[in-house]
Design a protein around this ligand. Structure first.
Ligand SMILES: *Cc1c(COP(=O)(O)O)cnc(C)c1O
Length: 466
């Protein structure tokens, strides 16, 4: 399989090079040259497989010749053995036609583990084949950093540095990062907010000398390998509900648009998903786009579902590229203007086509708490604030008669303050994390200072050479 950039001016790469490259050289995002399609008999043959086997088979045509199938299969098995549920992604019925796809049984209790646990193995495999070493640098508001550290801790060919805004992540999120005891993990607590952290990371990638010298790499959700690893669980849900003989809808709590993009990719690959409900909190740029074709940047306001507090959804570029019939020049023009004036001008006809597949939904914090309380009361089921937004979307926008699968993106114990507000008690952490509050934390405080941070990363990389 060959991968092309949404901006059309970057080298065509294979899956492994896309994995290691992340963002394309021309500023675009990599996409498979065409979507492989599973026919109805091929879908039937996937029914009932253990999750790791399903993941390997669904990803195989996307990986192409870059990795041997047996190696991919072995990596999927290893990636998902550490999950706390034997089904890896169990599907739980909450109402007549509403199902929660539990994506939070990985080591850091959020769906990002599904992709990052596998990406950790993919990185190690690719680096071993090239006898290379990389330094992963990322910024986090909480979930990405913890999942990336859990996936990379202890790997010999990888150093990982995560910048988090000091005091601005939840305690569970911070502890998941700072209690990783592996020698290849550097946690930096930056005096600033998430945007400052992201700007610092961008500046490091923009410093060509530093980037080369340190062999910087990224694992944020613009990396297509992460999208690829999120496609199989939508196949799992569709198959459990009767694919290829029955259509479903999905409702996805959305931030950077990576998870819902994976659902759409699953449909391109043959999974019978006929509607995509994009669920937002009060940071509702996607809702404004989907209801009014008004994609305008506004400031980010903090909410009870912090992983959806976004200004711009970077993966939306992939969808736009597809709905512009893969016209890279037009994609580039629309996105360049968007960067310049903060407004995305999507032609009316393309917007209508997007609207035929996608429904926008938004929910404020009060209604999110009410949904958590109501679900607990009626179904005896606790949902985290992100999942609650998706669940409300399923109830309010789900197409009549179709089963709606809600992506349950985080475990409720990851957001105990919100749960307590809604139902009056704090959920217990799962057994594997029960002692999280007793573990020793290790992190370095640093100012919002690029040079100081680069010096820390250099010193960290040199630690073994002394
Ligand atoms: C990251 C995250 C999201 C948003 O996912 P995107 O792929 O960025 O749209 C939603 N919920 C939780 C719990 C997350 O960690």
């Amino acid at each position: 399989m060959r991968y092309v950039s949404t901006r059309g001016r970057a080298p065509v790469l294979d899956f492994t090079d896309v994995l290691l490259t992340g963002l394309a050289e021309d500023g675009g995002l990599y996409m498979p040259e065409s979507w492989p399609v599973f026919s109805a008999p091929e879908l039937r043959a996937l029914r009932g497989l253990p999750y790791a086997e399903l993941a390997a088979r669904v990803m195989a045509p996307l990986v192409g010749e870059a990795i041997k199938f047996n190696d991919l299969q072995a990596m999927c098995r290893r990636a998902y053995t550490g999950f706390a549920h034997p089904a890896v992604v169990p599907l739980v019925q909450l109402d007549t036609n509403i199902f929660a796809l539990e994506l939070f049984h990985g080591p850091t209790l959020a769906f990002k583990d599904l992709a990052l646990q596998l990406v950790g193995h993919l990185f190690e495999h690719a680096l071993a084949a090239r006898d290379a070493h990389v330094c992963i640098v990322g910024a986090t508001s909480g979930d990405t950093g913890s999942a990336a550290i859990a996936a990379m801790a202890g790997r010999t060919r990888i150093d990982i540095t995560i910048l988090h805004p000091e005091g601005k992540t939840s305690e569970v999120q911070r502890r998941q990062m700072t209690t990783a005891q592996a020698p290849n993990v550097l946690n930096l607590a930056v005096a600033g907010n998430f945007d400052d952290c992201q700007d610092l990371v961008k500046a490091m990638f923009g410093d060509a000398k530093f980037r080369r010298e340190m062999r910087l790499s990224a694992v944020n959700s613009i990396n297509f390998a992460r999208i690829a690893a999120q496609i199989p669980y939508y196949f799992a849900a569709a198959l459990a509900l009767g694919a290829p003989d029955r259509e479903i809808a999905v409702a996805v709590p959305t931030g950077n648009f990576g998870n819902v993009m994976a659902a759409w990719a699953a449909r391109q690959m043959g999974a019978p998903i006929s509607r995509f409900i994009v669920a937002s909190n009060r940071n509702d740029i996607l809702w404004r786009f989907l209801t009014k074709n008004d994609m305008r940047v506004q400031g980010v306001e903090p909410s009870l579902s912090p992983s959806m507090d976004i200004q711009v959804s970077s993966n939306f570029e992939r969808l736009l590229f597809e709905f512009l019939r893969r016209d890279a020049a037009q994609t580039t023009e629309i996105l360049t203007n968007f960067r310049l004036n903060g407004h995305m001008a999507v032609p009316e006809a393309n917007w209508r086509a997007i609207q035929r597949d996608f429904t926008g939904f938004r929910l404020d914090d009060a209604a999110t708490l009410a949904r958590i309380a109501r679900t607990y009361r009626e179904a005896g089921y606790l949902v985290d604030p992100h999942t609650a937004v998706g669940l409300a979307a399923a109830h309010e926008c789900g197409p009549i008669g179709l089963p709606v699968v809600v992506a349950a993106t985080a475990h409720p114990a990851k957001f105990p303050d919100a749960i307590e507000k809604a139902v009056g008690f704090r959920p217990a952490l799962p057994a594997a994390l029960a002692d999280l509050y007793e573990r020793d934390e290790k992190f370095t405080r640093v100012g919002n200072d690029l040079a100081a941070i680069q010096a820390l990363i250099r010193r960290f990389a040199d630690r073994n050479d002394k």
